[in-house]
Design a protein around this ligand. Structure first.
Ligand SMILES: Nc1ncnc2c1ncn2[C@@H]1O[C@H](COP(=O)(O)OP(=O)(O)O)[C@@H](O)[C@H]1O
Ligand SMILES: CC(=O)OP(=O)(O)O
Ligand SMILES: [Mg+2]
Length: 397
């Protein structure tokens, strides 16, 4: 039996999943994650039925390579009698060249490594995972599935910064991320929501957080830009910031570029504002005034971006929440929706407390849903599709 393994290295976790090919269909076999936000990383895995089948702390130094090796070992130990036919990876940045998944080759790896400075929390880890598997299984096809690809087909104007034209020609424009998650929502929504083809804003609120405006199931705008630093405040990233402030830090405060990078990517966001934690669970449970203010800033900025994306769409028909915070923090959803009442959003508070998936009140002008993020399912589909096309490609070459 053929199996496909998928890896999704986010900023606070490594998620992985195994899918089997049965009667021409991909079926989930198991999935797991290594939470590396905590002091001691923890590996958990679940069966397709949702039973917890592994739960242990990893005795590591929080080194990404060790965590990745633990995920690979776990998959290999639980694979039999199936055999890996391909491995898919979430690769956060694909630049302008990749509007869809790509088969990994040495040339592609080199090209993707050049994009690492645009996504320093993700891209190096994504590529390290590909290299680790290539060392273990040199002949096994691997596929890079890009977070940027879903946004690439969109209109040009929302992608342009008001810089001289040659900057965009050199690739300095908005890309947008979390595309695998948005692609999953765009595929799931039509079966649930009659207005899925209308003006939809999706909010992926996890450690990294972004929002995407979709029309007819396609991205037309995103809060993230050239890098995964833009837009909403995140666990440890600042989100949108006045470029003048960065110049001030560099020129007047003589901050070194590397220190500035650490500040913006790892010392800011919920963590920086609260001074306590980047984890929304900790902040919501805290009585501390700075923790409360950090949550207020997060909700306020989501509200501002929602207004902006609704303007880009010319109105709002559907709002969808996903990602760790979007899926599990009913309080955040309630506060975002209360702030969006002016757009016609009205929540069914009981449905929201119960976790949905349908969240809107019967008289709400805007449909509101919460759906689980499943980037791994998209990775599996994209990987299998490319691997299946491989023999034909090789014949052509
Ligand atoms: N029950 C919960 N309440 C509030 N926030 C939660 C809850 N569960 C998870 N989260 C938040 O989700 C974040 C992780 O989101 P997730 O999308 O899984 O991460 P990643 O961005 O690494 O893929 C955690 O940092 C935490 O803040
Ligand atoms: C792009 C991004 O921020 O990803 P994640 O949410 O997985 O950190
Ligand atoms: Mg994620």
């Amino acid at each position: 039996m053929k199996a496909y393994a998928c890896f999704n290295a986010g900023s606070s976790s490594i998620k992985f999943a195994v899918f089997l090919e049965r009667e021409g269909q991909l079926v989930p076999a198991s999935h797991g994650k290594i939470d590396n936000g905590a002091a001691t990383p923890r590996l958990q895995a679940w069966s397709a039925e949702g039973a917890l089948i592994e739960d242990r702390l990893l005795a590591t130094d929080n080194a990404y390579a060790t965590e990745m090796a633990a995920a690979i070992d776990w998959i290999e130990a639980h694979l039999a009698p199936a055999q890996l036919a391909g491995v898919g990876h979430r690769v956060v940045h694909g630049g302008n060249a990749h509007a869809g998944p790509a088969l990994v080759t040495p040339v592609l790896l080199q090209e993707l490594a050049e994009l690492a400075p645009l996504a320093p929390l993700h891209q190096p880890h994504n590529l390290a995972a590909i290299r680790a598997i290539a060392r273990l299984h040199p002949g096994l096809p691997q596929v890079a599935c890009f977070d940027t690809a879903f946004h690439l087909g969109g209109p040009r104007v929302p992608r342009l910064y008001a810089l001289p034209r040659e900057f965009a020609e050199q690739g300095m424009m908005r890309y947008g991320f979390h595309g695998l998650s948005y692609e999953h929502l765009a595929a799931k929504l039509p079966a649930l929501e009659p207005r899925a083809g209308g003006r939809v804003v999706a909010a992926h609120l996890g450690s990294g957080a972004s929002m995407c405006a979709m029309l007819d199931g396609r991205s037309i705008a995103s809060t993230m830009g050239f890098s995964a630093l833009d837009g909403l405040p995140m666990a440890r990233r600042c989100g949108s910031i006045d470029a003048g402030l960065l110049l001030y830090l560099l020129q007047e405060k003589h901050m070194a570029p590397k220190a500035l990078e650490r500040l913006l990517y790892q010392g800011s966001g919920l963590f920086g504002l609260s001074g306590i934690s980047g984890d929304m669970r900790t902040l919501l449970a805290s009585e501390d005034a700075a923790a409360r203010e950090a949550v207020e800033v997060f909700v306020y900025r989501i509200g501002r971006e929602l207004g902006s994306l609704a303007a880009a769409l010319g109105g709002l028909d559907v709002l969808v929440f996903t990602g760790g915070i979007g899926e599990h923090a009913a309080e955040i959803r309630a506060r975002v929706c209360a702030q969006a009442a002016w757009l016609g959003v009205k929540l069914d508070l009981e449905a929201n407390a119960a976790g949905g998936p349908r969240l809107h009140a019967p008289d709400s002008a805007v449909a509101v849903w919460v759906l689980p993020a499943d980037e791994e399912a998209v990775i599996a589909r994209q990987t299998r599709a490319l691997v299946q096309r491989m023999p034909a490609q090789i014949v052509r070459e």
